[in-house]
Design a protein around this ligand. Structure first.
Ligand code: ADP
Ligand code: XUL
Length: 502
């Protein structure tokens, strides 16, 4: 049986097809928004707006979806089910034409031309947005600080509630014309199903609107956010629900079978938890995509997040805890740019220079979110450093940063599953093993979010148990062991780092 997992990420849309009979990952395809759709003028897939606003375009996602599906035509008829991953927190605003238009999509036209009149807002605010501090403060005051207990996270600028409130305040007329607010993940799954689907409770936990314990919309959280919100939100449902059959649009246009099912979408971090084979407590994951995240399954416990982390749903049941950093791959890329190297050469430079002999600086090129730490360095400053200091200083500093905060959550970390674009870099992977003094494992592909979505489709549709899916697709393909000789040096660096940010 073949299953397709899609990953609508910050920078690209990717798809992975798995064969559950042979245990093979058959194909992995990806389209980068900025490279393939330059007309949108995005920088790495997003637009930097005023006052720390960051957004993308729903129409860009629709165009990419059509273009990527062209590439799956040779195997589409054999795909039994599809599921999706989306960058978390991002919201899509739709008017009352959305549902009816979805129900009568014409396969001789494309998605963008048919759906562009269905948006009540032409942008999608994304997780990098840091423009909603006022809205967070207002809602927090109204709820007298109980948001974390109810929703699993303190109010966060990038979370959906703050973004919805900002939209309502800035443009009440367009808010009033909004019939449905989807997450990026549930929006894309709805397109595939030809009907508005539910938001899954794993990704729904990243909105500051869902009651974490009940998995239902929480009335006080909705009331302090914006008027009439309950009527604009889709239902909530567990991630392993089948949303429906694929829309006839995709059957006619790309050759999918009429019986192909759409399994509810979820967020990229919950999907990566599955794709990394980490659905059971015990294995932790470090993801180095556009954001750096560190997460793990926590069973049915909810933990005190100390204002640093979040609790989301685990698509396999129970919960996961997560910490997220804005300084991730884009900060590493800025440092790389100052050296004039490509990642291949940079990998050698990093390997030859770790542990870095010079003093570490705080590696934040953009304002960090939680805890809030303003940017400490700039591209200009890095240009005045040696190539080694700029590149290794930033790369090493960012791993020290994740390690410092990860230990506030988990006392003992023995094994880390590493994923995301930068996990391909073996010098960085070895540095992580050395800094954490833990074994670092990588699975077959770096896109664990798309793989996790494909595995979820197989679990929900084919009733294939997680243990079998893990053994077939998410076992460790490489292991890196901590080098004892670097332990003392990194202990000192971690202590110095803790002092610097305190
Ligand atoms: P997202 O899913 O958030 O869109 P990805 O997980 O696809 O992001 O990761 C993309 C990032 O991976 C790019 O920004 C790039 O800098 C980084 N990357 C790719 N290859 C390497 C490498 N060899 N070393 C370090 N970083 C890399
Ligand atoms: C998690 C977060 C990011 C996005 C994009 O809270 O904001 O990891 O999901 O990857």
């Amino acid at each position: 049986m073949l299953y397709l997992g899609l990953d609508l990420s910050t920078q690209s849309l990717s798809g992975v097809v798995i064969d559950t009979t042979t245990g093979e990952i058959l194909t992995e395809k990806s389209l980068n928004y900025a490279e393939n759709f330059p007309a949108y003028k995005t920088e790495n897939g997003f637009i930097r707006g005023e006052n720390n606003a960051f957004y993308s375009y729903p129409e860009l996602y629709l165009e990419t979806l059509d273009a990527l599906f062209e590439q799956f035509k040779d195997m589409s008829k054999d795909i039994s089910a599809i599921s999706l991953s989306g960058h978390q927190h991002a919201s899509v605003y739709l008017n009352n034409q959305f549902e009816s238009t979805l129900g009568r999509l014409d396969s001789s036209k494309n998605l963008k031309e048919q759906l562009s009149s269905c948006f009540s807002r032409n942008i999608v605010p994304i997780w990098m947005d840091n423009s909603t501090s006022d809205e967070c403060a207002e809602m927090d005051q109204a709820l007298e600080g109980s948001v974390s207990e109810l929703s699993g996270s303190l109010y966060c600028e990038r979370f959906t509630a703050a973004q919805i409130r900002k939209f309502f305040k800035q443009d009440p007329d367009s808010y009033a014309q909004t019939a449905t607010i989807h997450l990026a993940s549930s929006f894309t799954a709805s397109i595939l199903a030809g009907q508005s689907l539910a938001i899954d409770t794993s990704d729904g936990a990243g909105m500051n609107l869902m009651n974490l314990a009940s998995g239902e919309w929480d009335t006080p959280l909705l009331e302090v956010c914006a008027p009439d919100l309950k009527n604009k939100l889709p239902q909530l449902a567990p991630a392993n629900s089948i949303g429906g059959k694929i829309s006839p649009y995709f059957v006619k246009k790309y050759g999918f079978s009429e019986s192909c099912k759409i399994v509810l979408a979820s967020g990229d971090n919950p999907n990566s938890l599955i794709g990394c084979g980490a659905a059971e407590p015990g294995t932790v994951v470090m993801s180095m995509g556009t954001s750096d995240t560190f997460f793990g399954a926590i069973g049915n416990k909810t933990i005190d997040t100390k204002g640093v982390g979040h609790i989301f749903g685990n698509p396999a049941g129970g919960y996961m805890s997560l910490i997220c950093f804005r300084n991730g791959s884009l900060s590493r890329e800025t440092a790389l740019k100052t050296t004039g190297l490509d990642w291949q050469k940079a990998e050698k430079m990093i390997a030859a220079n770790t542990p870095y002999q010079g003093e570490n600086f705080l590696p934040y090129l953009v304002d960090e979110m939680y805890p809030e730490i303003p940017a400490q360095i700039s591209e200009e400053l890095l240009n005045s450093f040696s190539a080694e200091q700029a590149l290794v200083g930033v790369v090493e500093g960012l791993v020290l940063n994740v390690c410092h905060f990860a230990h506030l959550h988990a006392e003992k970390i023995d094994t880390i599953r590493l994923t995301g674009g930068a996990s391909k870099n073996s010098a960085i992977a070895q540095m992580i093993a050395d800094i954490f003094q833990a074994k670092v494992e990588r699975i077959e592909i770096a896109n664990s979010a798309a793989l996790g979505a494909a595995m979820r489709a197989a679990n929900a549709h084919g009733k294939i148990p997680w243990s079998e899916l893990n053994a077939k697709f998410a076992s460790a393909k490489s292991q890196l062991f901590p080098r004892k000789e670097n332990s003392a040096s990194y202990q000192e660096k971690l202590a110095a780092f803790a002092k610097k940010i305190s």
